[in-house]
Ligand binder design. Structure first.
Ligand code: CAA
Length: 241
């Protein structure tokens, strides 16, 4: 039976492209989502991929979601921790709630999911964890102290776990997208977004599929020697050392 993959936030935006790409690569895929039932239904109708609703910020809810997926598709071998939100504000106006929501949904979620698939991956001697960070976790971004902290946190999390998983056949990597043409980026005020696009040497926003293909590669058997890495996919907007 083919391996099973879970993509968090997998019914919309970059996550949707990742879910579809993994299905095309031959995996059984479950796409998690948090709240938008209508989009999830449309996603399943269009792709035939199972959508599973649970709050990635809630450890117990993640456990229940994973139990549903395991019962339907078997144990999860591949996780793409993609779910994320923004709550942008200059720091002098950022509230504790805006901080906490982003840390919980964008960073603690990766603990909640990964911790609950980790033991099974260790036992089976195979696992692939792909954490979706951001250019703004690498370079920082005005108005995103919360998001930059969470996305940088994912990079540290990855580097530590890569060392722990290595002997058990588990790879742990980061994909750090630049500005990709999704609802999240389109929500940036138009004049601000124009300024951002002007700083992308490739001269355009990225496509969700360009992130998905990197994730599928990292999930593959071929990528077994790549672990602890940060794969930057940003049109040269920021060239990390
Ligand atoms: N650097 C320096 N100064 C900046 C700045 C920047 N990048 N952006 C804004 N400012 C300054 C402005 O010049 C302005 O200064 P003055 O008061 O002296 O004129 C001041 O900050 C206030 O700017 P705004 O009028 O824009 O303030 P605002 O409160 O309406 O909005 C903001 C602030 C929310 C940060 C807004 O500028 C914004 O949305 N910026 C974009 C943030 C961003 O890039 N988010 C990414 C979202 S997509 C994503 O996160 C996906 C991913 O992974 C890439």
């Amino acid at each position: 039976m083919s391996r099973t993959a879970l993509v968090t936030g997998g019914t919309r935006g970059i996550g949707k492209a990742i879910s579809v790409h993994l299905k095309q690569a031959g995996y059984q895929v479950a796409a998690n989502y948090g709240g938008n039932d209508e989009a999830a239904k449309a996603f399943t109708d269009e792709t035939g991929i199972m959508a599973v609703k649970f709050d990635v910020a809630d450890y117990a809810a993640v456990g229940e979601g994973l139990a549903t997926i395991t019962a339907e598709l078997g144990p999860v071998d591949i996780v793409v921790n993609n779910a994320g939100v923004t709550r942008d504000a200059p720091f002098h106006r950022m509230t504790l709630e805006q901080w906490q929501q982003v840390i919980d949904i964008d960073l603690t979620s990766a603990f909640n999911v990964t911790r609950q698939v980790w033991d099974g991956m260790r036992e089976r001697g195979f696992g692939r964890i792909v954490n979706i960070s951001s250019i703004n976790g690498q370079k920082g971004q005005f108005g995103q102290a919360n998001y930059s902290a969470a996305k940088a946190g994912l990079i540290g999390f990855t580097k530590a776990l890569a060392q722990e998983g290595a002997k058990k056949g588990i790879t742990v990597n980061v994909v750090a997208p630049g500005y990709i043409d999704t609802e999240m980026v389109r929500a940036v005020p138009e004049n601000v977004l124009e300024g951002i696009i002007a700083t992308i040497p490739v001269g355009r926003l990225g496509k969700a599929e360009e992130i998905a293909s990197m994730c599928a590669y990292l999930a593959s058997e071929d990528a077994g020697f790549i672990t602890g890495a940060t794969m930057t996919v940003n049109g040269a907007q920021y060239i990390a050392g």
